[in-house]
Design a binder for this molecule. Structure first.
Ligand code: F0G
Length: 485
């Protein structure tokens, strides 16, 4: 089938917003450094050499206090490489004001957009677009739980068990499962769907292990745009599949795994003129950077020693690493945290490449109970490699048994997460045991998805034989057995 134009239909107000945007963003190939326009008639996701692309933005600092109309805002060009301690003070002040104004729980939350979004609060560093085009739930504003042996605080002995398990004094878990659709994907999706809105796309699509599809389905439905999701026919957690179907996305199950679905969706989007919303789309990465900005703001811009996260397609490693690099260059933080990407040992191509000193890129046939990260050929390999090298980071692998054991600890603490997220704690524990992370170092771990996404894996299931008669005596006997009353 021949290549079809994407059938973009931006109206006049969108066209002028796009023109303005085109003056401040460009796309650079991560492999060969070729430069492309940030906005073009035909969306570009790859360089001619096949490499993935990275958004380069000329960042403007708004000089006047908000509120100010677009025209009233005088701007000063701040190059990212222009390390300026004073700039850091201004940015911190700006983000503090915006966070204090945000009323995310108000019925009128949309009136407080973009400040009530934990993504658009950092808009100059994400995507400078006029507010009226933003498609947001809003997202972000996720909890940062102190769970270390020392930083846990009183009356939280359940949470402290996580620190005891990791044998760490200063550990935080940032729970991205608290986003609107239950995973970190919403942060990239609000930006991706906002771009689809601006570009006048007629439909959006992605391949997914379940969370990206749930997020795409929700944001596409909000905008009133057809959403198409490609899922492996097996190994997608029931909660995630239910979300895509409930939000009304056209859900295509394919015989094959995520890597097959990914190859297919890239071809389908190109040939049928559909806007691609996998993290191959560099604007998704820009949105996910907000995890990094938000956690740094929660820590009052004191960078932790380590950031630990699960790694599959490697979009998130790339995004958080980029956020830390930008935050450092803009003077927001004094040093860049080391990043540890954790893979499941049955789905570990990035770990294998790392172990070879990144001398070559590995592929595997992925197999793990953590289905969200069951990926053998990660799209953002070169972006993530750069992050690991730049941050003096590390890639580690953990077994399915280690993931399930860590999940039980997180679940029993009352915080809870989906299996892939628990790779974070399993990885922290392993790196502490190996002496790579020192016991007194400050560590932030990312929990990427909500417990309810997967109600089966690693969760004790009740059996039919557990049902008792509805009598006080039967209850008393049961409790005596279970709790030794
Ligand atoms: N954790 C969860 C819960 C995920 O859903 C994913 C990725 C990851 C970690 C890994 O993040 O790919 O940026 O390295 N899920 C994608 C999806 C692949 O389709 O939902 P990554």
């Amino acid at each position: 089938m021949g290549e079809t134009s994407i059938d973009l239909q931006p109206d006049r107000s969108k066209s002028s917003a796009l023109k303005r945007l085109a003056t401040v963003i460009e796309l650079r190939c991560v492999e060969c450094a070729s430069l492309y326009p940030g906005i073009s008639d035909q969306p570009r996701y790859r360089c001619d050499c096949g490499g993935v692309l990275d958004v380069e933005t000329t960042i403007h600092y708004p000089l006047k206090q908000e509120p100010a109309s677009q025209k009233e805002i005088e701007t000063r060009k701040t190059s990212e490489s222009d390390v300026n301690v004073f700039a850091g003070v201004h940015w911190r002040q700006l983000f503090k004001e915006r966070a204090s104004q945000s009323i995310a729980w108000s019925v009128n939350a949309h009136e407080h957009l973009p400040n009530s979004s934990g993504v658009w609060r950092y808009r100059e560093l994400i995507l400078p677009v006029p507010e009226k085009f933003i498609v947001s739930r809003p997202e972000g504003n996720t909890g940062l739980y102190p769970v270390g042996r020392e930083n846990c605080g009183n009356h939280r002995s359940g949470h402290r068990r996580i620190g005891q398990y990791a044998e760490l004094d200063y550990l935080y878990l940032k729970h991205e499962g608290e986003n609107p659709t239950g995973s970190f994907k919403d942060r990239g999706m609000t930006v991706g769907v906002t771009m689809a809105n601006l570009l006048g796309a007629r439909a959006v699509a992605c391949a997914s292990t379940g969370n990206t599809s749930a997020s795409l389905a929700s944001y596409a439905a909000q905008l009133g745009l057809p959403g198409i999701v490609f899922l492996p026919a097996t190994n997608v957690a029931a909660g995630k599949l239910a979300q895509s179907l409930a939000y009304g996305a056209t859900t295509i199950q394919i015989e094959g795994d995520f890597d097959d679905a990914m190859r297919l969706v890239e071809q389908v989007c190109k040939d049928l003129g559909i806007y691609l919303l996998n993290s191959l789309n560099p604007f998704r990465i820009e949105g996910q950077k907000a995890i990094g900005f938000e956690l740094l703001q929660q820590l009052e811009w004191k960078a932790p020693d380590w950031l630990v996260l699960p790694a599959g397609n490697l979009g998130n490693t790339s995004a958080i690493g980029k956020a830390f690099r930008q935050a450092h260059r803009l003077g927001l933080i004094a040093r860049v945290p080391r990043i540890a990407s954790i893979q499941a040992s049955g789905a570990n191509p990035f770990f294998r490449s790392y172990m070879s000193g990144f001398s070559h890129r590995e592929h595997v046939q992925a197999q793990t109970i953590a289905t969200a990260i069951k990926i053998g050929d990660p799209v953002s390999y070169s972006r993530a490699r750069l992050v690991i090298e730049e941050s003096n980071g590390i890639v580690e692998e953990v077994t399915d048994e280690e993931i399930l054991a860590a999940k039980t600890v997180i679940d029993r603490s009352g915080i809870g997460c989906e299996p892939a997220s628990a790779a974070t704690l399993a990885g922290v524990r392993k790196l502490v045991k190996r002496g790579v992370i020192k016991r007194e170092e400050q560590v932030v771990g990312i929990l990427t998805g909500n417990l309810l996404k997967d109600s089966q894996t690693g969760i004790p299931q009740l059996k039919r034989g557990d049902v008792i008669t509805a009598s006080f005596e039967a209850v008393k006997k049961s409790l005596t057995n279970k709790l030794s009353f």
